[in-house]
Design a protein around this ligand. Structure first.
Ligand SMILES: Nc1ncnc2c1ncn2[C@@H]1O[C@H](COP(=O)(O)OP(=O)(O)OP(=O)(O)O)[C@@H](O)[C@H]1O
Length: 620
C-alpha cells in the first residue's frame, strides 16, 4: 500500500507560520505530542474498562521518548489505541490540520504571544516547529495493517504500510538544524519534566546513544531499572482523606524544591459546578519583611499549562505555592477573554473562599497554631484583604494583631480591652527601634499597642479604617492618651505659656507647638508627638514620588513633662541665657532622637552640646 494525498488547499502558508510562530516557546511541541500519547493510552484503558477489548498484550502502559542525537530524531512511542488508515487520514490530515489552520488564522496577526494562554489547540502540528519531517508509525487496537505516514513540511503527505507489530503509535520527529538543542538528552528530559511531570501515564526518556558501561571482570552487573520522569498519580488527584501529612510535605518539597516545611495547606477538591483539584501551601517566611515568591502551577487534566496565571488565580494567591488543576478552564483563548469570563471568575472566587475558610477554621479550632503561623501569613492575608473585597469581609474578624507584650489579639478584643482609656483608638508601632521610648512608656502605664511594622501595613491600616468605620489607628507617637497623663492634673497655663515662648525663641521653629503635660512618668522630660494625619499625608506623597524635601515638617508637638525636675527647674529658676539655650536645644533633641534619626547637622550640634555638658561637670 502506498498513497499520496494533499494536506489542504490552503496549506502552503501553514508550515512557515508554524515554524516561526511561538518561536520563544517552541518546546511546547513536547507537551502536545506526549499528551496525545497519554490520551491514546487512556482511551485504550477506557475501552478495556468498558469491556470493548480484551487486548492485554503490550503492557504495562507507558510512553517512551527516545532521543537519538546522532540520527537527529526524537521518537515518542505509546502503547495506546493506535490509528487505522482512515483514522490517520481523518484525525491527522483533515481534522487536526484544519484545527491547526483555524488556530493560526485566528492568532497569527496577534503579535503578542501571551495572548493565548496555554497554546492548546495547535496539537500534533506543533511538531513542525522543530522538525523538517515527521513520521507516524501506528497500529490500531482493532488490528488490520500497520500504517506509516510521512510528511516533510510541504503540502503533501505519504501513506504506506507501517512497521509496527504491536498496538500503539510512534511519532518520529526529524529535528531541524535550528532546533538541535532538543536532541540533548538533558535538555529534553528537563522540558518533559516541566510539562509532563503529572501526566497520567509513566513516561520514560531514553538516550539511544548511551552505551551501557561493560561489567568489570568478575562483576555481575545488575540491570538498571528505568524510572519514569513523571508522577502519574500526583497527590492532589487523591481524595484529601487518603493523604497523610507526611505525603503533603513530601509532595511540597519535591514539587517546589523547597526543603523548608510548609506551615499548612489546603486541598482543593471540587466536582460541581466545575472540576477543580489542587493543593495550596502556605510557605514559612524567614523574617518578617520577606515577601515570598510564590508559584501557582496551573494544570489542565494533569498537563502543565503555565505558572502564575493571574487571570485565573486571584493575584494575592500568587504569594502561595501550589498546584491547581482545572480541566474546565478554556485555555486556547486570549488572556483578556479569561479576565472577563464569568466562569473563570467563579473559579477564582471558589479558591478565595476556600482559603478564607481554611484560615477561619484554623482560628477557631487551632488558635495556637494560627498564632504561631501569623507572622508568616500576615502579609499574605493583608495583601488578600487589599486585593479582594470578599476575602476582606470574610477575614475581618480573624486578622490578628501582635501586641507590644508579644501576644496576639483581634481588633475586636483589643478595642474591648482599651475601651476605657482610648475608645476606638488603636495605637500602633511602625518602627520598633525608633519608637522604643514610647513603647516603654506604654508598658509602664499598662497600656496596649500593636505592631504594624510591615511595609504592607500602611496600606492595610487605611483599609482597616475603611472596613471598621469608627476605628482610628494612631501611631504610638501621635497622641498622648489620657492613660499616660496624671488624673485630674490641672496644667499651670502661665507656666505653659512661659515655656512655649522660651522654646519658640530658642528653637525658632514656627510649626512646632509646645505643650505642658502632667505625665505619670517621671523619667521622661520631653517627648515629640507627630500628628497622625499630616504624617500620613507626607508618607503618601513620598509613596507617589512627590518631592517632600521642601515641605514643612509634619505637624509636631513638643510635650514637656511638668513632673520632671528638668522642666520645673527650667521654668522656675533664673538661668543665664546660655544655659537656657543649651537645655532647650537638648530637650528638643532628646525628644527628637527617640522618634527619628537626627540630621547630620543636628547630630553635630547635639554631640558638641554633650561635650560642653561633660566639661561643666568636670569644672564643678
Ligand atoms: N499518539 C496517538 N495515538 C492515537 N491517536 C493520536 C495520537 N496522536 C494524535 N492522535 C489523533 O490525532 C488527533 C489530532 O491530534 P492533535 O494533537 O492535533 O489534536 P487533539 O489532541 O485532538 O487536540 P489538542 O489541540 O488539544 O491537542 C487526536 O485527537 C487523535 O485522535
Amino acid at each position: 500500500m502506498s498513497k499520496q494525498g494533499n494536506l489542504s488547499i490552503h496549506s502552503e502558508n501553514i508550515f512557515p507560520i508554524i515554524k516561526k510562530w511561538l518561536y520563544s516557546d517552541h518546546d511546547i511541541f513536547v507537551r502536545e505530542i506526549i499528551s496525545n500519547a497519554c490520551d491514546a493510552i487512556l482511551k485504550f484503558k477506557k475501552l478495556c474498562d468498558m469491556g470493548e477489548t480484551t487486548d492485554t498484550l503490550n503492557l504495562p502502559f507507558e510512553v517512551k521518548v527516545t532521543v537519538n542525537e546522532k540520527e537527529g530524531t526524537i521518537t515518542v512511542s505509546d502503547n495506546g489505541i493506535g490509528m487505522t488508515e482512515e483514522e490517520v487520514e481523518k484525525y491527522i490530515t483533515q481534522i487536526a490540520f484544519s484545527g491547526a489552520e483555524d488556530f493560526l488564522n485566528k492568532y497569527q496577526d496577534k503579535m503578542d504571544k501571551d495572548q493565548i494562554i496555554g497554546h492548546f489547540g495547535l496539537g500534533f502540528y506543533s511538531s513542525f516547529m522543530v522538525a523538517d519531517t515527521v513520521e507516524i508509525d501506528t497500529l490500531s487496537y482493532t488490528g488490520g495493517e500497520a500504517i506509516h505516514w510521512n510528511c516533510d513540511g510541504g503540502t503533501t503527505y505519504e501513506l504506506s504500510e507501517g512497521k509496527r507489530t504491536t498496538r500503539g503509535t510512534d511519532i518520529i520527529l526529524h529535528v531541524n538544524e535550528e532546533s538541535k538543542e532538543f536532541l540533548s538528552y538533558y535538555t529534553l528530559s528537563s522540558i518533559i519534566e516541566k510539562y509532563c511531570n503529572f501526566m497520567p501515564v509513566p513516561i520514560y526518556v531514553i538516550d539511544a546513544n548511551k552505551e551501557e558501561e561493560p561489567a568489570q571482570e568478575g562483576e555481575t552487573k545488575e540491570p538498571t531499572v528505568p524510572t519514569p520522569v513523571n508522577d502519574p498519580v500526583p497527590l492532589y488527584t487523591k481524595k484529601p482523606s487518603e493523604c497523610t501529612d507526611e505525603e503533603y510535605k513530601a509532595f511540597y518539597s519535591k514539587t517546589f524544591m523547597d526543603y523548608n516545611e510548609p506551615l499548612f495547606w489546603i486541598h482543593l477538591d471540587m466536582d460541581y459546578p466545575f472540576n477543580l483539584k489542587g493543593i495550596l501551601y502556605f510557605p514559612k517566611l524567614h523574617n518578617e519583611y520577606e515577601m515570598v515568591e510564590g508559584k501557582i502551577k496551573l494544570y489542565n487534566n494533569q498537563v502543565f499549562v503555565a505558572d502564575n496565571i493571574k487571570e485565573v488565580i486571584p493575584e494575592f494567591l500568587l504569594l502561595l505555592k501550589g498546584i491547581i488543576d482545572c480541566p474546565d478552564i478554556p485555555l486556547n483563548v486570549s488572556r483578556s477573554f479569561l479576565q472577563n469570563d464569568g466562569f473563570v471568575k467563579k473559579i477564582s472566587d471558589y479558591i478565595t473562599k476556600k482559603v478564607a475558610d481554611k484560615l477561619i477554621s484554623l482560628y477557631k479550632k487551632e488558635l495556637e497554631h494560627y498564632e504561631a503561623c501569623w507572622d508568616s501569613i500576615s502579609p499574605f492575608v493583608k495583601y488578600g484583604c487589599l486585593r479582594e473585597e470578599k476575602f476582606a469581609d470574610k477575614m475581618n474578624d480573624y486578622i490578628l494583631y501582635k501586641t507590644i507584650d508579644d501576644t496576639y489579639t483581634t481588633l475586636k478584643d483589643y478595642l474591648e480591652k482599651v475601651k476605657d482609656t482610648n475608645e476606638n483608638k488603636v495605637f500602633y508601632v511602625s518602627d520598633k527601634e525608633k519608637q522604643a521610648q514610647y513603647v516603654s512608656m506604654f508598658k509602664e502605664n499598662g497600656m496596649s499597642a500593636v505592631y504594624l511594622n510591615h511595609p504592607i501595613d500602611s496600606s492595610f491600616i487605611s483599609h482597616a479604617e475603611m472596613k471598621n468605620k469608627d476605628v482610628h489607628f494612631m501611631r504610638i507617637d501621635s497622641d498622648i492618651s489620657s492613660a499616660l497623663k496624671q488624673d485630674n492634673a490641672a496644667i499651670d497655663t502661665a507656666k505653659e505659656e512661659k515655656l512655649g515662648k522660651l522654646f519658640g525663641e530658642i528653637l525658632k521653629q514656627d510649626k512646632l507647638k509646645v505643650k505642658l503635660e502632667s505625665l505619670k512618668s517621671t523619667t521622661v522630660p520631653s517627648m515629640l508627638l507627630i500628628s497622625e494625619e499630616s504624617r500620613r499625608m507626607q508618607e503618601m506623597m513620598k509613596l507617589y514620588g512627590m518631592d517632600t524635601a521642601n515641605m514643612a515638617p509634619s505637624e509636631a508637638t513638643l510635650i514637656l513633662n511638668e513632673n520632671h525636675p528638668l522642666i520645673t527647674t527650667l521654668a522656675d529658676k533664673d538661668l543665664d541665657a546660655h544655659t537656657k539655650d543649651l537645655v532647650c536645644h537638648h530637650l528638643y533633641d532628646l525628644a527628637l532622637i527617640s522618634n527619628q534619626t537626627l540630621s547630620a547637622e543636628a547630630m553635630q550640634a547635639f554631640l558638641q552640646r554633650n561635650n560642653e555638658l561633660l566639661m561643666t561637670l568636670l569644672n564643678k
